[in-house]
Design a protein around this ligand. Structure first.
Ligand SMILES: [Zn+2]
Length: 318
């Protein structure tokens, strides 16, 4: 292969740090996973990110000169220009210049992405959205997020934070959200929201209720759990209708842990979404499940790196 046909993707999560070396065709050549242990503090986590990067490079047997750069997918608030993670509660980070630190250590250019945007890139390049020019990826897990590909470009916004779909308000007078808004979508349709609704209805605060357990019970036919999941699907459809009006997408891809209950969720999402859209707009929109699993962050962050100043290519637009 020619020079610089590889990129490193890093996914910085609250429980694990995942590093992957990916080639231009989307093949994951090597991967390295380390626990995050955010409670050990900022320095320790940074050190583990650097060592995962080093390890994946040496495990792959690829020389760093053949690596185009490092893409980082991070939750929380980021600044893609400065390469800083401004605030990420799951990592315990505030104003960490992780981009600069990696650049200094490895001599490779770094690109920082919001985690949902990175996953959107992966699905668009190599997954459920491949071949489209207008795709929206929605992740439904602890929270709700999205990444928007419009006219073949990732909409990243001023500092890389575009696509905060979970914080669009679907009830102006709804309960207050941590973000400052009221009635945010993720207060109705995320894993956390499903857990809260279950606790509320069961009038219990002590019993551990997890979204995963509720999903499993719903899939096994439990009517109470099924109602909770259906309700989340209804709200996701309400949100998705807004996306259709704004972006006129070809496809909306749903991923994230909560989508394990996709057989119950998908029909509900489609139903409320289509009911709320001008028929001509919604008819042609395909609503499908994500294809790239837990490695979407790593793959997308690496995929985004191939975009670095290579005009004329598909990936050059973001
Ligand atoms: Zn909010």
């Amino acid at each position: 292969m020619a020079k610089e046909e590889y990129a490193i993707g890093l996914d910085l999560g609250g429980t694990k740090i995942l590093a992957g070396l990916v080639d231009r065709t989307g093949r994951l050549i090597a991967r390295k996973q380390l626990p995050t242990y955010a409670e050990e503090g900022e320095k320790a986590v940074i050190e583990r990110v650097l060592s995962a990067t080093h390890d994946v490079l040496s495990a792959s047997g690829i020389h760093s000169e053949e690596v185009r750069g490092v893409g980082i997918a991070s939750a929380g608030v980021i600044n893609s220009d400065s390469g800083e993670v401004i605030f990420a509660s799951n990592l315990g980070w505030r104003n960490v210049p992780i981009g600069t630190l990696i650049e200094q250590r490895f001599g490779l250019p770094v690109r920082l992405f919001n985690d949902a945007n990175a996953a959107a890139i992966a699905e668009w390049l190599w997954g459920a959205g491949a071949g489209t020019q207008n795709m929206i990826y929605v992740t439904v897990s602890t929270g709700v997020g999205a990444g928007v590909i419009s006219d073949g470009r990732l909409i990243s916004g001023r500092d890389g934070s575009a696509g905060e779909f979970g914080h669009i308000s679907i009830d102006w007078n709804g309960p207050p959200c941590g973000c400052g808004n009221r009635g945010c979508l993720e207060n109705y349709a995320s894993g956390t929201a499903i857990e809260n609704a279950a606790r509320h209805k069961l009038a219990t605060t002590n019993e551990p209720v997890t979204a995963k357990a509720i999903s499993e019970a719903a899939l096994a036919g439990d009517p109470f759990s099924k109602r909770l999941i259906k309700q989340a699907g209804f709200y996701l459809g309400v949100g998705a209708a807004n996306l259709i009006y704004l972006f006129n997408p070809e496809v909306i891809v749903f991923g994230g842990g909560v989508m394990n209950a996709s057989t119950i969720l998908m029909p509900e999402i489609e139903k409320s979404m289509r009911e709320r859209c001008i028929p001509g707009l919604a008819q042609e929109v395909r609503v499908i499940l994500s294809q790239i699993g837990v490695e979407a962050g790593v793959m997308g962050a690496a995929g985004g790196v191939f975009a670095l100043d290579q005009p004329g290519e598909k990936a050059s637009n973001f």
